[in-house]
Design a protein around this ligand. Structure first.
Ligand SMILES: [Zn+2]
Length: 223
């Protein structure tokens, strides 16, 4: 089975598939259902650019599904076509955060369970919050993908909020990062960039459907 989908694309296909099923269940007008399916498949293809004809055909089959059972079988199949997070070892993580002397380690077994866009973990003793993102290879820039590590501070909010990355409402925490560059106006001042994100990155990884917000956050704190 070819691997050609990213986690957020898989989630997007799942979301569109569920919308199709809910339209089939609630709508009696076949013309409306067919139009909805056509639009859902077009959106899926837009969200997965650059695919081969064969892979596009596989995604177009979303529009042929009629029942929740068929959708589940289809999702199980395309999950096999979704990139897994690269293998992570403690040594590799330590290398991503060279300035942290005693890095607390996440539960690395979770990483193998399903495809991920990113993962986070906390060091509750110090309120440190770590995020690791795998940037897919960018054809114009680099041949290989790249792991990016961001270290921030964790502030518990004890309330629900909208996650900046997946745009869903749920238990959120404030992830704030001191950006590398100092402000031009006052050299003693480091910029701080904060985002409300899902408290549990496992949940976020089942919901995230696009990378723009996550990538621009990483970009803004890496400069
Ligand atoms: Zn989220």
């Amino acid at each position: 089975m070819d691997i050609f989908l990213q986690n957020h694309q898989y989630n997007y296909i799942m979301r569109q598939g569920r919308l199709i099923m809910s339209t089939i269940r609630t709508c009696t007008d076949n013309q409306v259902i067919e139009t909805f399916k056509y639009s859902a498949v077009s959106k899926v293809l837009d969200a997965c650019p650059g695919l081969s004809e064969e892979h596009q055909q596989l995604l177009k089959r979303l529009g042929d599904l009629q029942t929740a059972e068929e959708l589940q079988l289809y999702l199980d199949k395309i999950l096999q076509c979704t990139f897994k997070f690269p293998a992570i070892t403690e040594t590799r993580l330590q290398r991503l955060f060279p300035k942290v002397k005693k890095l607390s380690m996440p539960d690395l077994t979770e990483i193998d369970e399903r495809p991920l866009t990113y993962f986070t973990w906390m060091d509750t003793a110090t309120n440190k919050h770590y995020l690791v993102y795998y940037r897919q290879p960018q054809p114009s820039k680099e041949a290989a993908g790249k792991l990016v590590g961001i270290q921030g501070q964790y502030t518990s909010t004890n309330k629900t909020g909208i996650c900046a990355f997946c745009k869903k409402t749920g238990d959120a925490s404030l992830f704030s990062v001191r950006a590398k560059t100092r402000s031009a106006q006052s050299p003693d001042y480091y910029r701080s960039v904060g985002q409300y994100i899902c408290l549990d990155s496992k949940v976020c990884n089942t919901q995230i459907t696009e990378l723009d917000a996550l990538e621009s956050f990483i970009e803004s704190v890496s400069r």
